[in-house]
Write a protein that binds this ligand. Structure first.
Ligand SMILES: [Zn+2]
Length: 141
């Protein structure tokens, strides 16, 4: 474990298979989602086939990084001890302009300040030498 991982102190995402590809794009500062080459729909979490049309044909399409708060919950008593110091915090579902929903965090925004439909923009956040998480911040829209 490197110094950055030790500082983060929380579980890191699996970085194998299609999920690994997703996080490798994040480490390059790019939020990308799979986009079906046959029906044009974006999807997340990464998977082999399009849930809409069943097509196995897709590409990694770069997201605008812009979206809005779809929903959230406030965690007061975390189940994992690594998150105890963060409480209360809000896991947030952001709906991107591409229609994809992502479970994430809105940084620098207390849970009480969140609003449904609040515009947000990508704030890629490094948590270890090779892991960047697609977090968001309030945007001026
Ligand atoms: Zn499709």
């Amino acid at each position: 474990m490197n110094a950055a991982s030790a500082d983060y102190g929380k579980p890191l995402p699996a970085r194998t298979g299609l999920t690994g590809e997703f996080y490798r794009w994040c480490a390059l500062g790019e939020l990308r989602f799979q986009c079906c080459e046959d029906c044009g729909r974006h999807r997340h979490v990464p998977r082999e086939l399009c849930a809409h049309c069943g097509s196995p044909n897709w590409v990694w399409a770069r997201s605008s990084g812009r979206g809005k708060v779809f929903s959230w919950t406030e965690v007061v008593r975390p189940l994992h001890p690594a998150f105890a110091a963060d409480a209360p915090y809000a896991p947030v579902i952001v709906e991107l302009d591409e229609g994809v929903r992502l479970l994430t965090r809105v940084i620098d925004c207390a849970p009480a300040a969140l609003e449904i439909g609040m515009p947000v923009e990508l704030a890629m956040t490094q948590v270890s030498d090779d892991v960047w998480l697609p977090c968001f911040r309030r945007s001026g829209d």
